[in-house]
Design a protein around this ligand. Structure first.
Ligand SMILES: O=C(O)c1cc(=O)[nH]c(=O)n1[C@@H]1O[C@H](COP(=O)(O)O)[C@@H](O)[C@H]1O
Length: 239
């Protein structure tokens, strides 16, 4: 992945995406298209963003029986996105099927999209894990276990909080991608996120890439906020 700063385009329409991207003209980004945008605009939004030279993380968090995921991934690979995700909770057979589908749908001679597995959503707390999901192990143990399932299935990495990246690095090395949402500037609201870190901390903790939405998209000046993101990632002091 070329750029480690992934901006979540969590907008309801292509018009709003165009408005947001206006100040970034001529500066291709790594963007994430998630459920809100993709379920409204479909493959057309991917074509548009590719024409604009953007790298694309298509965040659809697939989680279904292996055959359904495999067939869906064939179509996703044909869209020509750079990165896609599944839920590790789907298990190793589902993750292996995801890769088979991606390989089958990728044009000959091209690299298949990178595929990473969501471990525990960054909106999940340890308390929620125990009380709602009835998982007795600690959050770190669970993330590590799901990461080992992803690794065993041949996936390229995981989605987790930057807080868990040191454990991931210790067990799976530097090449295994650790893509981390739940990113906020120090002064920002957490909103629905729980396991939150700043861009500066995420870099220090060893994240491969960070995913950031509202701290940029809802900023008074999104372009200035993106520049702050770049500064922090490059070692600038937090404010
Ligand atoms: O897979 C994801 O991208 C994802 C996984 C996760 O555990 N937590 C998480 O927040 N995300 C996504 O990352 C983005 C975070 O957005 P903000 O909270 O606005 O920065 C959203 O689009 C989420 O859907």
């Amino acid at each position: 992945m070329d750029s480690p700063l992934i901006v979540a385009l969590d907008f309801p329409s292509m018009e709003e995406v165009k408005r947001f991207l206006q100040p970034f003209q001529g500066e291709p980004l790594f963007v994430k298209v998630g459920m809100e945008l993709y379920y409204q605009e479909g493959p057309a939004i991917i074509s548009y963003l590719k024409e604009q030279g953007q790298q694309i993380f298509l965040d659809l968090k697939l989680h279904d029986i292996p055959n359904t995921v495999k067939q869906a991934m064939k179509g996703i690979a044909r869209l020509g996105v750079d990165l896609i995700n599944v839920h590790a909770a789907g298990g190793t057979k589902m993750m292996e099927a995801a890769l088979e589908g991606l390989e089958a749908g990728t044009e000959a001679g091209k690299r298949r999209p990178y595929c990473i597995a969501v471990t525990q959503l960054t909106s999940t707390s340890e308390q929620m894990l125990h009380e709602q999901l009835l998982i007795e192990r600690s959050l770190e143990e669970t993330v590590l276990h799901y990461a080992s399932l992803a690794k065993r299935s041949g996936l390229d990495g995981v989605v987790c909080s930057a807080k868990e990246v040191p454990f991931i690095r210790e067990h799976f090395g530097e090449a295994f991608l650790a893509v981390t949402p739940g990113i906020r500037f120090a002064a920002d609201e957490k909103n629905d996120q729980v396991r939150v870190v700043t861009p500066y901390e995420a870099k220090q903790l060893g994240a491969s890439a960070i995913v950031i939405g509202r701290s940029i998209t809802k900023a008074v000046d999104p372009y200035a906020a993106y520049q702050q993101l770049q500064r922090e990632w490059n070692g600038g002091k937090e404010k």
